[in-house]
Structures are given as structure tokens and as C-alpha cells.
Design a protein around this ligand. Sequence first.
Ligand code: NAD
Length: 464
Amino acid sequence: MQYDVMVIGSGPGGYSAAIRAGQFGLKTVLVEKDPKLGGTCLHVGCIPTKALLQTAEVYDYIKHPEEQGLYCENPRLDMPKALDRKNKIVNKHASGVSMLMRKNKVDVMAGFATLKGGGKVEVRGNDGSTKTVEAKNIIIATGSEARMLPGLAPDDTILTNIEILNMQHVPQTLAIIGAGAVGVEFASMFQRFGSKCTVLEMLPRLVPVEDEEVSKELERVFKKQGIRCETGARVEQVERTGNGVRLTVTLATGKTEIIEAEKLLVAVGRRPNTDAIGLENTKVETERGFIKVNQYQQTAEPGVYAIGDVVAGTPQLAHVATMEGMIAVAHIAGKPVRPINKNRIPGATYTEPGIGSVGMTEAQAKAKGYKVKVGKFPFLANSKASILGHHEGFVKIVSDETYGEILGVHIIGPHGYELIAEAVAAMEAEATVETMINTIHAHPTLYEAVGEAFNAVYGQAINA
Ligand code: NAD
């Protein structure tokens, strides 16, 4: 039998593409090498990380409840229990994905897929048996895995996102190399769990893809919370000691320092999973290992598409993978397709304070020659932030003075990763600063700060 669509990999990109293909009535098969569906995001990425970050948030609250007249005697963290809860959430959603496959009449095959060319794919089962499956269209959604520093391999001392999510106890000291989303989220988590965290980033600022002022604010608050942040730092050497690691680091000042830690998290980016998937049997082109695609996610091999982390030039985000899946399937089905507008991809980083952003940073907008007008509003002046007891951060609007076009919105503050939704919708609808000023924001809410920041573009914020 020949399938209309074969999806390889069941992460958010792959499973969503399979569902959409099923909804379109296409005969679809989803191939997954791991025992459960869901991929990195569900098993060792977004979902378990955010589940534990929720535990960190609650723990942080109950450590200092007196302000609210509450008394919790001896709060303590039972890590194995917290991990249990995290695992339950993961498993529940993995079953949910399987259920959705049945609901949408998607066949699921367990095994490792290798493209053989001409629409043929060999699937090797865990028992070693192989089967050749044919599909008119193939969507490669094999994802990525953590990049390691040369000469290092992960174990129970040197960790990636996988090992750190199953640590049975909280280390006294945690060193983190890399201050992208992975590095700062785990720093924020383990600082609240009680570890002394040190973040080492080679670039001059934390979260380097964010607006510069966001990076600065995160560093300020992290330092206040007790997280050591060393930017412009070069890790010269990593040695294992009897009870942890010893890092030789050249700091931004030029001084070399030895930093010892019980555990080390390496969070320096991710490499695409393209090994052994048979790209050499096709015309698929790659760039530093990532698969090259056009705006409809088509590779250079007819009938072969790629989506998600494995794709070149795409931010490695679950929601981007999902949208790319929708585009690939719509294209296959001959439905209307609108390629992704890369300026409207939200970023969401679950630190405390949280970060949400969309569009151009101030520096990017200026570099593009826009007549930039910025509006900023601090959470210090937002009543809901006071109620929550989280005052750090601000909302920053980057707009073009000429027509009031919204070029970018950058939020750091309580639930910043949720608050960004309004800005993404506004940009998608091509709303102007004016439209947003006339949009009523409920009171008292955190997102009033977004409305105020739009007013601040014209120097007309009410509460600051
Ligand atoms: P990243 O590429 O976002 O960040 C890696 C950081 O490590 C960079 O800032 C880089 O400058 C730094 N770095 C690289 N080599 C270094 C070295 N030798 N010494 C010191 N610093 C070094 O990668 P990540 O944080 O590992 O995340 C991987 C991907 O997953 C990213 O695309 C990220 O956006 C995504 N992700 C997103 C979320 C989220 O959206 N909440 C969460 C986790 C991961």
C-alpha cells in the first residue's frame, strides 16, 4: 500500500502534521523511533521543564508567605515527588497524542525510518526487523538533540536537557554553559530549588536573541536573586573531579578563574537529527547538517518536506515546527497556504521574570532604517504585578514613527511569555499603535502594562 503522507518523527511538528493530514482525509502514517509519541518537547523539553518550573514557582512562594500573613512551617522540596508529577503530566499528554492519532485515522509505526529514495522508506523496528513503506509525500520532522562541547559526553555529572530533568536531588552548585533559553530556564529553576547557580555565556549578554534591554534586565534580576552571571566568558577547560566538575574560565575582564560545581549543564544549542535517515539517497540539500527548504517546507527532493528543528534557518521552537507542519500538509493537499512570516514568531522563555517577545528588537529595527519610536512601561507601576508580588521588568514597544506600525514587542516580567499573545495577534492583524491604544485592557491585569506601553509610545502612559 502507498500512503499519501508519511511523517517521520512525532514531536509537535510531526504529530500536528499527521493530524492535519488525517483531517484532510489523506492516508497517513507516523513513524517514531522512541517508545512514546511526543518527541523532545513533550518528553525532555518544553513540557517537563515547565512542569518543574511550576514547582519552582510554588516553592518560591511558600518559602516567603509571611508577607501575605501566611505561615508554612519548614517548606521543603521532595525532588523524586516533583519528578513524579512531571512524569505524570508527560505521560498523560503522550497518551493524548496516541489517542489523537486514532481519532484522525493516522497509522503509527514504531521504528527508525531511513529514506531510500523514490518515495520508499525503510522502517527498522526495535526488534531489528525491517519493513519498506511507500509514500507519495514524506515529511521529515526528526528534530534535534543537544550539542555537546568537544570531547565531552553527558552522564550524571555533565548534563544536557535530558539528564537534568531526571536528577533525583538538587545539587548544591550548578554551573551552566550557555545562556540561551535552556540555560536561563534551568538557572531560574535550580536557583529557586536551592542550588547556587553560575551561568557562563560567551556572548556579551544573557538571552542574546532578545532585545538588549531585556537581556540587561534579566541579568540584573538574576544577580539580585543570587545567580552568578558571567557574560563574555570563555570556558577553556572542563575537567571531572571526584565529586563534580572543575571549569577553567576566562572572564570578560581577561582574568582566568577556576569554577567548581557539583553538576554542569551544557546548553550551547542543538544539532539536527539527520544521521542515518538516508538523505544521501535523495536530492535533499543540507546546510551545516540542517535541511534546506523553501517557503512551503519542500526540500530539493520532490515529495519530501522538512519541518521543525531539523530545518535550516528556522528558530528551534515547538510552535514554529507545528506551523511549518500545517504549511507542509496544506501544500501537499493543494489547499491555500501562507508561508510563515518570520517577524511574527513569538518567543517565550519561562524564567522568573518571564520573557515574551515578537518581531524586531530596537537595534534590528534601527539597523533596517526604520524611524524607531519606543514605548516602555514598567511592571512596578502595574497593580496586578503588585498583587502577585512580582514587580520586575517592563513592556517595550518598538514602533515605526511614520505610520505607527508595530515592529516588535518585548516583555520581561510576570508571565511575560503569556502576555506576548496580544502583541502577536496585533501584529498578525496589522494593528497600529493607535489601534492598541484604543483597545480596552481589563483592570487589574498584567496585560494592562501592554496597553500602557502602547500609550507610552506617544508619551501618554497613565500610571507612569
Ligand atoms: P541557544 O542557541 O538558544 O543558546 C545557546 C547559548 O550558548 C548561546 O547564547 C551561545 O552564545 C552560548 N554558547 C555556545 N557555545 C558556548 C560556549 N562554548 N561557552 C559559553 N557559551 C556558549 O541554545 P539552547 O539554549 O541550548 O536552546 C536550544 C534551542 O531550543 C534554541 O533554539 C532555543 O530557543 C530552544 N528552546 C526554547 C525554549 C523556549 O522557547 N522556552 C526553551 C528551551 C529551548
